[in-house]
Ligand binder design. Structure first.
Ligand code: SF4
Length: 251
């Protein structure tokens, strides 16, 4: 698909999805031609999406990036979620050779030493597995919300990801955190117990801390870095391509 047609398709989808509720948005994407992949980090937003996919038996592949540095609570929640909804969550692991090369160059926890070392770790543990997870995908579904950070304040329902050659779908873009909590309670959706211990956003264990009252939701991610817009590169195309060559391998 050309850049122009990908952008036109994303724009049309963005308008179509706006009028639908969450289940309707996901069913709409599942009914389109092409593979749809949902990448879950098992965070509370992602659990809302997984529950909708599982409950409605939608034809969407649910995958997660098993970085090898996740909290035990997150790993346990993968199994619990599969059991609750009768679905398979496919784990994508980093390549052993990539980890060995990283550790040899930076050390196991070298990501604390520099932004470059941190990006390199996210590159081998997240971005390369993500590229494999998105191979042949036409639609990439995420749990991004506009309220999560200033960096995400303009998140649309559908956007062309030109780096990866697909359309990114953000069905919770217009949900606020209160609506997420209310939905989780009403539907008895299993969530990570760390959310109740001050972790609104949960990533890898060594790179996530609890936040203090009044701090932004993502303040606990890579807290030692100063960049207000810090991300792991999954959702920032320019960052992804600069973090690791061919990170956009799905394209
Ligand atoms: S979040 Fe931390 S441990 Fe996880 S891949 Fe990125 S740098 Fe590595």
């Amino acid at each position: 698909m050309t850049t122009q047609s990908l952008e036109a398709k994303a724009q049309a989808l963005n308008e179509e999805l706006e009028a639908l509720d969450l289940a309707g948005r996901l069913a709409h994407i599942a009914g389109l031609d092409g593979r749809a992949v949902f990448t879950t980090s098992l965070g509370i937003e992602d659990q809302v999406i997984t529950a909708a996919i599982g409950t409605n038996r939608l034809d969407i592949d649910v995958v997660t990036l098993a970085t090898g540095r996740l909290f035990n609570e997150t790993v346990a929640l993968i199994d619990e979620t599969e059991e609750t909804y009768g679905i398979a969550i496919r784990r994508f692991h980093p390549e052993k050779a990539d980890i060995e090369a990283y550790v040899a160059q930076y050390g196991m926890n070298g990501f604390y030493e520099s932004v470059e070392a941190r990006h390199a770790c996210c590159g081998v543990r997240k971005l390369k597995p993500l590229a494999r997870a998105l191979e042949e995908a036409s639609y990439w579904i995420t749990g991004l919300r506009r309220g999560q950070s200033g960096n995400r304040a303009t998140t649309p329902f559908a956007e062309a990801d030109l780096e990866r050659g697909l359309i990114k779908i953000n069905p919770l873009a217009d949900w606020d955190i209160e609506a997420i909590h209310a939905h989780v309670a009403a539907e008895a959706i299993p969530v990570n117990p760390l959310h109740n211990r001050g972790y609104p956003s949960i990533g890898c264990e060594p790179c996530t801390r609890a936040i203090k009252p009044g701090e932004p939701e993502r303040a606990g991610r890579w807290w030692w870095e100063n960049d207000e817009k810090r991300e792991c590169g999954l959702h920032v195309a320019d960052a992804a391509s600069s973090i690791i060559p061919n990170a956009s391998g799905a394209a």
